[in-house]
Every structure is written in structure tokens, then in C-alpha cells.
Design a protein around this ligand. Structure first.
Ligand code: SF4
Length: 206
């Protein structure tokens, strides 16, 4: 609100400077909302790229420098159309990964790029153990606890910190973890704390 006059900025650097906005979200908002040809890469796009261009079943857990380079190189030229094809490319690849080239049952028989797909051409070899390694389990992570805290704060009412933390529906989360997560949300500017009262930024007033 303060920095951008209440308007969501279009510029990816300005978006990334906002609390809680990372590389993917900034690129997606810039591209899909404002037509800026940023390189958007989510899980679905990474998987589609891995199969079509690298010939492997799954892209692995980490977004590597090579994958980032590939995604950038694949973006259509934007010089003559203001980025429209590049943004359409991002949307199309994301849809392909989400609807056709799914993780568990890719529908190669109806895939529009089946003839170009390196993984299919290679006989669809199964994923290696390394490729199968899933990301960090969600349950018990700080991300889960932070999400649960934000779910309470999003109701819009100020709440006493200890009451909020004690009421989280996460029996496995230790007190230390709950406090640490609340502190990190305040530090990141996603929550505001005054004494023992917490709320979304702006709710507590000046
Ligand atoms: S041919 Fe199969 S594996 Fe290749 S992109 Fe299409 S759905 Fe995915």
C-alpha cells in the first residue's frame, strides 16, 4: 500500500521486494497480469521441460541452474509482439504439464507435442531414484505452521499471540516451532505484533 499506492506493481523486481513474493510468483504476476515476458517456471512446467527437452521422466527436486537456463532459452522471441507469444508460451506449457503431461499418468496419446518429446522417443524410461525424491514433506514443516497462523490472521481480527499459537490444529508442532514461525511472519512483514496482540499488517492501526 505504502510503496505502490495500493496498486499491485507490474515490475518483477518490485514484486519480489514485497513480503512473501518469490521468483515464481513475481514472474507469474508480471507475465499473466501485465503481459511482461518473464520466464515462469512452476512444477508443471519443469516436468514438461524435463520430458520434452531433456528426455527424463521427472525433473528432480531442485530447480537447477541448467533448468533455469533451458527455460530462458525456450522463451519465444519477444521483440516484435510486446511479449504476447512469450506469455502465451508460459501459459501453454503450464497447462500442458497440469492437464496432459501429469506426473503420474501422462496422456501421450493425445499430447500435442508427442512427436517432439525426447522422453517418449526414448521409450519413456522410468524415473531414477534421485528423480523420484519428493520435496520435503509438508506435515511438520515451518511452512505448514506459518500457513496455519496466516489462516487464523486472515479472518481479519486481532488475536492474542498465545491463544492463536495454542489453538493451531497441529498437535505435532512444538511450542518453540509455533513461536519461531510467528516471529518469522512478523519479521517478513506478513503479520504485525503489538505487545501480545497479532494481526495482519494494517489491522492494528497507527
Ligand atoms: S508426449 Fe507424453 S511425456 Fe511427452 S510431453 Fe506429451 S504427455 Fe508429456
Amino acid at each position: 500500500m505504502d510503496r505502490h499506492g495500493g496498486e499491485v506493481p507490474a515490475n518483477p523486481e518490485a514484486l519480489r521486494a514485497l513480503p512473501g513474493i518469490g521468483e515464481y510468483t513475481a514472474a507469474a504476476v508480471s507475465c499473466f497480469a501485465f503481459g511482461i515476458p518473464e520466464v515462469v517456471v512452476d512444477t508443471n512446467i519443469r516436468r514438461a521441460h524435463a520430458r520434452i527437452f531433456t528426455g527424463v521422466a521427472l525433473p528432480g527436486q531442485t530447480y537447477t541452474a541448467a533448468q533455469r537456463r533451458l527455460a530462458r532459452d525456450l522463451m519465444p522471441d519477444t521483440d516484435d509482439d510486446g511479449g504476447r507469444r512469450a506469455c502465451a508460451w508460459n501459459a501453454a506449457t503450464m497447462e500442458l504439464g497440469a492437464l496432459i503431461c501429469t506426473a503420474r499418468s501422462p496422456q501421450c496419446a493425445i499430447c500435442p507435442v508427442a512427436d517432439l518429446c525426447a522422453w517418449r522417443t526414448a521409450g519413456s524410461p522410468p524415473p531414477t531414484e534421485e528423480q523420484k525424491t519428493r520435496g520435503q514433506a509438508w506435515a511438520g514443516t515451518d511452512r505448514q505452521v506459518r500457513g496455519a497462523i496466516m489462516a487464523v490472521l486472515r479472518r481479519g481480527e486481532p488475536v492474542q499471540a498465545e491463544t492463536l499459537l495454542a489453538g493451531l490444529p497441529l498437535p505435532e508442532a512444538e511450542d518453540d516451532q509455533r513461536r519461531r514461525c510467528l516471529d518469522s511472519l512478523v519479521r517478513d512483514g506478513l503479520a504485525e505484533r503489538r505487545g501480545d496482540i497479532v494481526a495482519l499488517p494494517g489491522v492494528l492501526g497507527g
